[in-house]
Design a protein around this ligand. Structure first.
Ligand code: GLU
Length: 550
């Protein structure tokens, strides 16, 4: 009996042949050099920083070349799927402004002419190609039970042989088509295996865009193409999808390198041109005891992309940081071109680190501080409000209620050559400016006065200041001159240099006096410009706050 007869019996539902799909998904009509790339996660509901880096670069390169970036969901392994897993991924990408040209855009919608972009919806395509391989004598049904396979593996382990279905261990390879058809007719369950043409003693070469040439032994395992549930194994699905979606570049984590010989072989067996591969180094972390390990979803909150969204760390800062990880020359370039952005920087595969980059949250937060410090007060206000609406509704309503006032607060020490860098994330703004709002300035507050601890002295400073010196209309110089005057009057040195030379001649210095005023109005001895704070609060509130303390 012929392979064709076997294939027809194995795949009674297949209605098209492979040329149908080749025509349905033709070569893309794109400019020369355009890159078609994809992000192809399993629907685990979670994007890891390492995958975000891959997705970010996979989306950047097509943008640079007028290509296409698409999102494909690889859900053929039920164990790796969680409920609402697709939405989690879409949200993470959206929160990071990683736009997709094609693919899955919501739990129920997809866009693009090369879909469906969810593997479980592509069953008949995989069956068509599997059938084609059976017809060509390049795939066959395998009737081995799990028990038989387990026993064989045990024996291979005992004999210190390579483990797997290859050579003479690929028992069902040697059945005749008559035997196969009879078994199928008798209702024996089977899966579909590749009849690997590979020779373990020969080499194949992967030309990795990041790592250069890597040599592997050819794959000689008769890997599973279609599982008993009718769905393909990941390897087979990847090759068919990347071919039919006309992918030019596969960017993924280095954990996939060892599977690449199988992928290259499948491209060859199916007669497809293989895409270019770039395997990115994993993101590492150093533990307190100095050990280097993979950034872990379980141990490190910062491994989850949602962490940045929840903390209100600006997307731009995370992207800038990722770019410094991705290309070692980015930071230098950005220093020289401070007015340009990531989109102006040309990514280079050759400048990627091979060994895996260290993840440095402190550095990311520093970038975030600088980034936020360069925004206008209105921009900070708007972004903080967007964050608060999702994560701190009460603060959002305060920001809305006092819009102009809040913008003025955020503007303190902002429009200057070296703006303050006190916000590392939108979630830390409240912690820094809460005292400016009466709504928060209530209840039992703890004041930290520092040097001057005598309550009577503090009261005296506050009341003298308020009654004899404070005037809302003063400009900054006058205001400061008055604080100095007050200091001198009550026995504090108004000149810091003089104070340092003669500390014993005074009760303290002008700095101690202004600390008292600062702490009584805000509870904190670390605030931005006191003059601005007092001006914004206004006399009535200052008086109430002094009284509250007293
Ligand atoms: N589905 C694979 C994953 O979960 C994708 C591997 C690839 O990009 O080829 O990472």
């Amino acid at each position: 009996m012929t392979n064709k007869e076997l294939a027809d019996i194995m795949f009674p539902d297949v209605v098209h042949d492979v040329s149908y799909y080749e025509n349905l998904y033709p070569e893309r009509n794109l400019p020369e050099g355009a890159v078609v790339s994809r992000f192809a996660p399993s629907p685990t509901g979670f994007v890891h920083m390492g995958s975000l880096l891959a997705a970010f670069i996979a989306s950047k390169v097509p943008k640079e070349t007028n290509g296409v970036f698409y999102l494909r969901i690889e859900d053929t392994d039920g164990k790796r799927s969680v409920e609402n897993g697709v939405q989690g991924i879409i949200d993470d990408l959206k929160n990071f402004d990683i736009e997709i040209d094609e693919g899955v855009i919501s739990e129920t919608e997809q866009k693009g002419a090369y879909g469906p972009y969810i593997q479980s919806e592509r069953k008949e395509i995989y069956h068509t190609y599997a059938k084609h391989l059976v017809e060509e004598g390049l795939a066959y049904p395998c009737f081995c039970t799990q028990e038989e396979i387990d026993n064989m593996r045990k024996m291979q382990a005992l004999n210190k042989e390579r483990i797997g279905i290859y050579g003479s261990y690929a028992k069902c390879r040697f059945l005749t088509n008559e035997e196969r058809i009879e078994k199928i007719k008798n209702g024996e369950p089977y899966i579909v295996r590749l009849k690997s043409p590979g020779d373990f003693n020969k080499k194949i070469v992967l030309n990795d865009l990041v790592r250069g040439k890597i040599e592997f032994p050819e794959n000689d395992m008769d890997i599973v193409l279609i599982k008993s549930d009718g769905l393909p194994l990941y390897h087979f699905a990847h090759v068919i999808d990347d071919h039919l979606m006309r992918t030019t570049h596969v960017l993924r984590g280095e954990e996939w390198i060892s599977s690449t010989p199988i992928h290259l072989q499948l491209f060859q067996v199916l007669g497809f041109q293989a895409p270019k591969y770039a395997h990115l180094g994993v993101i590492m972390k150093i533990d307190e005891d100095g050990t280097r390990r993979k950034l872990s979803k379980r141990k490190d909150p910062e491994a989850a992309v949602s962490f940045y969204h929840e903390q209100g760390i600006p997307v731009e800062a995370v992207k800038l940081y990722l770019m410094t990880i991705a290309n070692s020359n980015f930071e230098g370039w950005w220093d020289q071109n401070p007015t340009l952005g990531i989109d102006d920087f040309k990514f280079d595969f050759k400048k990627m680190s091979l060994s895996g980059s260290l993840f440095d949250l402190e550095k990311l937060l520093n970038i975030s501080r600088s980034y936020i410090s360069r925004l206008t007060a209105i921009e900070v206000y708007e972004k903080a409000l967007v964050w608060a609406r999702e994560f701190d509704v009460e603060f959002a309503s305060i920001l809305e209620k006092y819009k102009d006032y809040s913008i003025s607060i955020l503007n303190i020490e902002r429009e200057q050559k070296k703006p303050r860098k006190d916000f590392e994330a939108f979630s830390t703004i409240k912690k820094n400016i809460w005292y400016m709002y009466d709504e928060y300035f209530t209840g039992n507050l703890t004041y930290d006065f520092g040097k001057i601890t005598d309550k009577e002295e503090i009261k005296a400073i506050l009341s003298t200041y308020l009654n004899q010196y404070f005037n809302e209309k003063d400009d900054k110089e006058t205001w400061f001159a008055k604080i100095k005057e007050l200091s001198t009057k009550i026995g504090y040195c108004s000149d810091m240099k003089e104070y340092k030379l003669n500390p014993d001649a005074y009760k303290g210095s002008v700095a101690d006096v202004s600390t008292v005023i600062r702490v009584a109005t805000t509870t904190s001895s670390m605030t931005p410009d006191l003059y601005e704070i007092l001006r914004l609060l206004g006399k009535d509130r200052i008086e109430k706050r002094f009284q509250k303390f007293i």
